[in-house]
Structure formats: structure tokens, C-alpha cells
Design a protein around this ligand. Structure first.
Ligand SMILES: *Cc1c(COP(=O)(O)O)cnc(C)c1O
Length: 391
């Protein structure tokens, strides 16, 4: 047995794949090169005829040692046979959807999955006759009832990143597997530390590394994990052909960010959960959507498929007046206004959602609890909430 098999994720993050960095350096080098050189025609021809694996290296669009190490680490953490790093999270999503697309194919997706899923299907893949059904994935029957003979793919995002609804991953995957339908999940919210979808039967896991995995708001990147056969096919047909690869420098930054993933997530979760519990009691707040709250309506599912939650959650304010809500977010000092969470900085986002079960829509405030002092953050919210206290 590989001795690495018994190691916990935070130990693997530090050591897996990093056997011998040169000169005793504690971190793996950044191979910031496009080309790899050979001293003879014979060696070069041999290398290029053996392009299936990553090594020997030829050209960084095909493989690069720094990117390779990141791919091996993410695969190991997800419990996947293989991983391919991509230029962005959105490139990972597009690649798995393109790979499953064929004339007349039908896809099903959780209605709150990342917006590019709907956009790619309705604006691009529809041209080849691919159709998409969006469902409220909280009820597993909604997903299963949407299945047709031509359904090729079920796309999950659990929890989703606006309302934090969960989908029952085990039930969806066991149903899909019996019918030969591929399952994909966006695991960006959880990272492999808080949810391991492959163990729950999912075929392909996609990530945005731009969020927690990188963790410092300084890079864009993505990843796809799954069986070697699937990853090799997607690499050849989608990643290499479109040039959707992750470059060495962002890969090196993700490797660095990963080192502290465990401690960061623990801090995000503890602080955000205390703030969420406090918000639940606040007179300005109608409802808090945080997957780790004991009051979350999918508590049992949370406990059965997740190992925790991070710092991202949302609440529905009682006041639903747009102007007052803008005043609320603008009077926050520490919570900055921005979209891309998972870094060190706390964020507040005012968003309007219109789900299938409430097409008229309503306002939510999405908060990301960063790495600042928790009490400072709570005081910041406290003063701003005065603006939307119901009269
Ligand atoms: C940010 C994000 C993406 C897209 O990733 P990029 O790296 O920005 O392309 C996909 N899914 C989720 C859940 C995200 O938060």
C-alpha cells in the first residue's frame, strides 16, 4: 500500500508528489518555460512519439512539471484517478459540457448552478440540438423526473452559491449510473476538504481554483477531476485543442495557496457560522441560508455528504426595497463589494434571485466572511443593519 494512502488531506497537501525539490528548497520550483529541449533528434523523436503521458515534457501546452504537480495533488485530494488543470473554472465547465454534447442530447442542471452552464447550453450547444432542463435540485424527484431517453448528463452544484441549496448526490448518481447518464458536480464551494463527490458516485468534478484553492484573489484557474479515461479524452478533445490549459505561474500560485487551505477553511467556517447564527436572530433578517446552520432545512443531507461549510452564505433581508438595500451594502466598511469570493477579503453582494418556485424574485445579500477579525466584521454588519431595520 502506498504510505500516502493513510495520510489526512492537510498532510497530503504539504507533501504529496513533492519528493525531491532541488537544493533542499521547501517549495516545488516554478517551471516558467514553454519549451523543453533535447540534445539529439533521436531523443526528441522518442519523446514526441510517447505523448500519452505527461513526461517526458515537450511543450507546456501539453504538459509542464509545475502544472503536473498541481494536477496530481488535486486528483489525490479528490480521490480521482486524474485531474486536468484549466485556464479558468469556466473552462473546466465548458470542457465537460462540450465533451458530453452531441446532436439531440439532453442535459439536466440544478437551476442555481454557475451561470455559464445555462449560457453555454442555450447560446452555443443549442445550435447542435442540445437541450437543457433546469430544476430545483433540492427535491431529488425533480432531477429524476426530468430524465429522458436522450439525457446524457446531470450537472450538480451542491451547495449552490447563491441560495446554498443541496442536492442528494448519492441518490442522483446511483440513478444516473444505472442509466448510463454522466454526472458532473461543481465542487468549488466545498473544495475536496469539505466534500468528496467521487466517493459519492460522481463521474466528473469541476473546480474554480480562483476561489478557495488559490485563496488570495490573485489568480484565475480551474480543474477537472475524474477517471483517467475521461480526463484523457477531455484533455485531447477540449483542453489541448482549445488551448484551455493552466499556465505554470497560476499553477504555482495555487500550489502555494493550497498549503493553507485547511486553516483558512476552518477560520472561514467558524467565523461565518457564528455570524450567521447571530444574523438569524437579528430583526432585519428574514432567513439565513448557510449550509452548516443547524436550522438549515437540509440538515441531514448536509451531515451525510459534507464535512463542513466555508465562509460564503446569504440572507434574505426583511426589507425588500432596492434603494435601502444598496444603502445597507454601501454602509459596510470591511465587507467590500465584489463577486469573486474565496480570498482573504470579506465581501457583500446584493443580488436579485428569481427561482422557479418564486419567479417574481426577491433580494438577497450574499456575504463572504474573509480572514479579518470576526468581531470587527460583526460590528461592521451591526452598524449597517440599522439602515434596514424594519420600522
Ligand atoms: C467562480 C466560479 C466558477 C467560475 O470560475 P472562474 O475561475 O471564474 O472561471 C464556477 N463555479 C463556481 C461555483 C464559482 O464560484
Amino acid at each position: 500500500m502506498n504510505p500516502n494512502d493513510t495520510l489526512a488531506p492537510c498532510t497530503l497537501i504539504q507533501h504529496f508528489g513533492e519528493s525531491a525539490p532541488p537544493e533542499g528548497a521547501p517549495s516545488f520550483p516554478l517551471f516558467q518555460n514553454s519549451n523543453f529541449l533535447y540534445s539529439s533528434h533521436g531523443e526528441f523523436v522518442e519523446a514526441i512519439s510517447n505523448l500519452s503521458g505527461h513526461s517526458p515534457y515537450i511543450y507546456s501546452r501539453i504538459g509542464n512539471p509545475t502544472v503536473d504537480l498541481l494536477e496530481q495533488k488535486i486528483a489525490r485530494l479528490e480521490g480521482a484517478e486524474a485531474c486536468r488543470a484549466t485556464a479558468a473554472g469556466i473552462a473546466a465547465i465548458t470542457s465537460v459540457l462540450m465533451d458530453a454534447a452531441e446532436p439531440g442530447a439532453h442535459f439536466i442542471a440544478e437551476e442555481f448552478s454557475y451561470g455559464s452552464v445555462r449560457q453555454l447550453c442555450t447560446e452555443v450547444l443549442s445550435k447542435m440540438g442540445v437541450s437543457l432542463t433546469l430544476v430545483d435540485g433540492r427535491r431529488v424527484e425533480n432531477i429524476l423526473d426530468a430524465v429522458r431517453p436522450e439525457t446524457r448528463l446531470i450537472y450538480l452544484e451542491s451547495p449552490s452559491s447563491l441560495l446554498f441549496h443541496l442536492q442528494d448526490i448519492r441518490r442522483v448518481t446511483s440513478y444516473a449510473r444505472e442509466r448510463g447518464i454522466r454526472t458532473v458536480i461543481d465542487n468549488t464551494y466545498c473544495t475536496p476538504l469539505l466534500q468528496r463527490p467521487i466517493e459519492l458516485g460522481v463521474d466528473l468534478v469541476v473546480h474554480s481554483c480562483s476561489k478557495y484553492l488559490g485563496g488570495h484573489s490573485d489568480l484565475i484557474g480551474g480543474a477537472i477531476c475524474g477517471r483517467r479515461e475521461d480526463i484523457d479524452r477531455i484533455s485531447r478533445g477540449q483542453i489541448h485543442l482549445w488551448g484551455n490549459i493552466m499556465a505554470p505561474f497560476p499553477a504555482w500560485l495555487v500550489l502555494r495557496g493550497l498549503r493553507t487551505l485547511g486553516v483558512r477553511l476552518r477560520q472561514h467556517q467558524e467565523a461565518s457560522l457564528r455570524i450567521a447564527e447571530w444574523l438569524e436572530q437579528h430583526p432585519a433578517v428574514e432567513l439565513v441560508n448557510h449550509p452548516a446552520l443547524p436550522s438549515h432545512p437540509q440538515r441531514e443531507l448536509f451531515l451525510s455528504q459534507m464535512r463542513g461549510a466555508g465562509g460564503l452564505f446569504s440572507f434574505v433581508p426583511k426589507v425588500q426595497d432596492e434603494c435601502r438595500l444598496i444603502e445597507f451594502v454601501d454602509s459596510l466598511r470591511l465587507f467590500r463589494k465584489g463577486i469573486s469570493w474565496g480570498g482573504f477579503e470579506s465581501l457583500a453582494l446584493l443580488a436579485r434571485v428569481a427561482p422557479s418556485w418564486n419567479p417574481e424574485g426577491f433580494w438577497i445579500i450574499r456575504l463572504f466572511v474573509g480572514l479579518e477579525d470576526e468581531e470587527d466584521l460583526q460590528r461592521d454588519l451591526e452598524q449597517a443593519l440599522e439602515r434596514i431595520r424594519p420600522t
